[in-house]
Design a protein around this ligand. Structure first.
Ligand SMILES: O=c1[nH]c(NC[C@H](O)[C@H](O)[C@H](O)CO)c([N+](=O)[O-])c(=O)[nH]1
Length: 153
């Protein structure tokens, strides 16, 4: 059997990052974690574009524009939706997840879902560089792997 796998070496690959400003205390940490992961795997400064949007709901549109531009080998979406402070939590989360998933299939460009969705602020902090790691870092590694894997088909 032939096993196909994307490695974690980024050579000449370009990345777009869309990050929501809502809960910026958390999302800024996700962004720095993602950029750190990319750069420590060989990605150059000029191979990363970052776009800020007001909140998670706006992520899909800009992720779509980035993916459709053909300029990026992968797009990383970052945001934080906290149920405690979101009356329409399920709607926002579901729409963002559905929107991001659809862009993958529509454009063929890997678009990584790095939107933290938690019950409370504590859990969000845990996923932004404390005891549950950094979801931005994890999303960046998924982007490198998917960009490399995609080139094998
Ligand atoms: O990114 C978020 N956006 C949120 N709302 C804003 C939304 O993403 C849009 O920016 C807004 O509805 C304007 O379109 C949130 N809450 O409502 O709490 C949230 O927790 N996280």
């Amino acid at each position: 059997a032939r096993f196909l796998e994307g490695n974690l070496v980024s050579d000449g690959l370009k990345y777009g990052i869309v990050v929501g400003r809502f809960n910026e205390f958390i999302t800024s940490k996700l962004l720095s974690g993602a950029i750190d992961a990319l750069q420590r795997h060989g990605v150059q400064e000029d191979e990363i574009d970052v776009a800020w949007v007001p909140g998670a709901f706006e992520i899909s549109l800009i992720a779509q524009k980035m993916a459709a531009s053909g300029k990026y080998d992968a797009v990383i979406t970052l945001g934080t939706v906290i149920r405690g402070s979101t009356s329409h939590y399920d709607i926002v989360c579901n729409e963002v997840a559905k929107g991001v998933a659809a862009i993958n299939l529509k454009t063929g460009v890997p678009v990584i879902f790095g939107v933290v969705t938690t019950e409370n602020i504590e859990q969000a902090i845990e996923r932004a560089g404390t005891k549950a790691g950094n979801k931005g870092w994890d999303s960046a590694l998924a982007a490198i792997e998917m960009a490399n894997l995609g080139k094998q088909f």
